[in-house]
Design a protein around this ligand. Structure first.
Ligand code: UDP
Length: 457
């Protein structure tokens, strides 16, 4: 008899593909045949980045389907991308599954694990007789807000057509859960025009409807770190943190080729001496803020590793303050894309200046690294709230009246963070909890086994 064959379908964004790929490795380790579907556009980027660093994905079969946009079209408009995906993916997926099932090698697709953001696919998979699992790659608390949309609208917290905030008070869904301002909900603050906001909000409703067809919902978190939220949503099973960075020679699913030279540079730095600065795959800075950040890092007088993606700011190569590179010399290392999970595990790292994307948050937590939070959009405000108000393993930058985070603020907050023993102790305690959760018999370990039981036949 052939192995159960699972198809994985992440949303086409960096922070989704990375944890999905680790899930794929875990399933392959458990004896599943695994087919991993990226959109054509992302498939090219992932395979090129893999080829550049000579890593591989082992037995996982990487395939691709169209995303519905022309190859030259801009993909940063997430509403447009999401709408096109929902129009073209169901048919392509059905055809792909059919092709695999008819390939003659005896393999048959038995389950689909799809990104929660693509949950409109669940009814399609159900009619094909598959086990259906939705994977949520962010904090369970953010998912709980999405699933509470009808109640939040009914209570007058948000507008029922757009999801925009109607009140300026923090909201807490259940005792112990993070309190957050409605204007900082993941779906707010993305657009200036109401039409796009409404389109996004409608898409969220479709997703929520599709989710009802999922046999199971899993997420990249762990019970101990969001216990009140899992009490509020007992059907959501956390199986994280999912960290492929610990697999030697295995690709993590980067969209940019990683620059590993920073690891040998970190090897030369003192223990707990270096500031790691990275803002994930989407965040962009205007030139003024970029300069101020550079000057803030200079002002600290400490070693730093800074990820400056080619598209982090306009004309990145000319954006540095005059003479900055010369003044910094070998004290600062700048790379286009780092092997972040390995960086955060390096003993020279003292703290993480982060946009608080959920993967970055889990990766910092698992390595016991204190955070300086600099959230930008979507779920990053929720994650900041966790770090600063709930877990207390970090601090947050403040913006000046002009909206800019000044060099003095950056350097001052880093000093404050590094001098705070309570924060360091909290960060190390969370690291312990994370490792316990994924170790044999831990909460995420057990939940992963429940997943296997659900989809193995
Ligand atoms: N990442 C990386 N190298 C970098 C910057 C980021 O490998 O230089 C990875 C990081 O480890 C994380 C992902 O990219 O797994 C970013 O996901 P996150 O949820 O933190 O942020 P997003 O990109 O979704 O905003």
């Amino acid at each position: 008899m052939s192995s159960p064959h699972v198809i994985l379908l992440p949303y086409p964004a960096q922070g989704h593909v990375i944890p999905f790929l680790e899930l794929a490795y875990c399933l392959a380790d458990s004896g599943f045949e695994v087919t991993f579907i990226n959109t054509d556009h992302i498939h090219v980027r992932v395979t090129e980045a893999i080829a550049a660093v000579e890593h591989d994905t082992g037995m996982i079969n990487l395939v691709s389907i169209p995303d519905g946009l022309e190859s030259i079209e801009e993909r940063s408009d997430l509403v447009k991308l999401s709408v096109r995906l929902s129009e073209v993916v169901p048919k392509s997926l059905e055809e792909l599954i059919d092709k695999i099932n008819k390939s003659g090698d005896g393999s048959r697709i038995t389950s689909l694990i799809a990104d929660e953001n693509l949950s409109w696919i669940m009814p399609v998979a159900k009619t094909m007789g598959l086990h259906t699992v939705a994977f949520w790659p962010a904090a369970a608390a953010t998912l709980s807000l999405l699933l509470s949309i009808p109640k939040l609208a009914e209570d007058g917290v948000i507008d029922d057509k757009t999801g925009l905030a109607k009140i300026e008070e923090k909201v807490q869904l259940s005792p112990g859960m993070p309190s957050i301002l409605p204007r900082e909900f993941a779906w707010n603050g993305l657009f200036c025009d109401l039409k796009s906001q409404e389109a996004l909000f409608n898409k969220l409703m479709d997703i929520n409807k599709g989710l009802e067809f999922a046999d199971m919902i899993i997420c990249n978190s762990f019970h101990e770190i969001e216990a009140p939220t899992f009490k509020f949503m007992p059907k959501v099973l956390p199986i994280g943190p999912l960290l492929s960075g610990r697999r030697t020679g295995k690709a993590v699913g980067n969209f940019w080729p990683e620059d590993s030279s920073c690891i040998s540079w970190l090897d030369k730095q003192n223990l707990s001496s270096t500031i790691y600065v990275a803002f994930g795959s989407f965040t962009v800075f205007d030139k003024l803020q970029f300069k101020e950040l550079a000057l803030g890092l200079e002002l600290t007088g400490r070693p730093f590793l800074w990820v400056v993606r080619p598209d982090l700011t306009d004309q990145t190569c000319n954006a540095y303050p005059e003479g900055f590179r010369e003044r910094i010399g070998s004290r600062g290392m700048i790379v286009g894309w780092s092997p972040q999970q390995r960086v955060l595990a390096h003993p020279s790292i003292a703290c993480f200046v982060s946009h608080c994307g959920w993967n970055s948050t889990m990766e910092g937590v698992t390595n016991g690294v204190p955070f300086l939070c600099w959230p930008y959009f979507t779920d990053q405000f929720m994650n900041r709230t966790y770090i600063c108000d709930v877990w207390k393993n970090g601090l947050e930058v403040s913006h000046g009246e002009d909206g800019v985070v000044s060099r003095e603020e950056i350097s001052g907050k880093i000093e404050k963070l590094l001098g705070d023993e309570k924060i360091k102790t909290k960060a190390l305690a969370l690291k312990d909890l994370a490792f316990k959760a994924i170790s044999h018999g831990g909460s995420s370990f057990k939940n992963f086994n429940s997943l296997i039981e659900t989809i193995k036949h």
